[in-house]
Design a protein around this ligand. Structure first.
Ligand code: 5GP
Ligand code: ZN
Length: 120
């Protein structure tokens, strides 16, 4: 728990969120400013600030977070058309909340692919 971390507050039920999944290691809730019809955040209960702060002990946790993503994609009916999974790491990536999270985005075609973004 980090004192001023909004995601830790959501995990500890000190702040509200629309929670769609939780287990002993992982919680998932709807993004407050959705960028797609389905926009969920999959978050470890453990306060890990960024992807770069992972250590070897977190390998299983990161794997499980992706399995939770796939379960949620099926539950929110994204599995047929596909979905995007995003992790922003640090300033240049635009990370705003410094508690590791995976974005699950879907329900519409994404505006830009990475290939389009670099003009190839
Ligand atoms: P980042 O840019 O750090 O990868 O994304 C942080 C995400 O968290 C943003 O999409 C933002 O809308 C979402 N977010 C920030 N504060 C809150 C909050 O208090 N509740 C919820 N549900 N989402 C939040
Ligand atoms: Zn936190």
């Amino acid at each position: 728990m980090a004192a001023d971390c909004i995601f830790c507050k959501i995990i500890n039920k000190e702040a509200d969120a629309e929670i769609v999944y939780e287990d002993k290691e992982i919680i998932a809730f709807k993004d407050i400013y959705p960028a797609a019809p389905v926009h969920l955040l999959v978050v470890p209960r453990k306060h890990i600030p960024t992807l770069a702060d992972l250590d070897n002990d977190d390998a299983m946790l990161m794997g499980r977070m992706h399995l939770v993503i796939n379960d949620l994609a099926r539950a929110f009916k994204l599995d047929k058309n596909g979905y995007r999974v995003v992790i922003n790491c640090g300033k240049d990536a635009g990370q705003v909340v410094y508690h590791l999270h995976l974005h699950l985005l879907g329900g519409k075609p994404m505006l830009q692919t990475i290939a389009e973004g670099r003009g190839v």
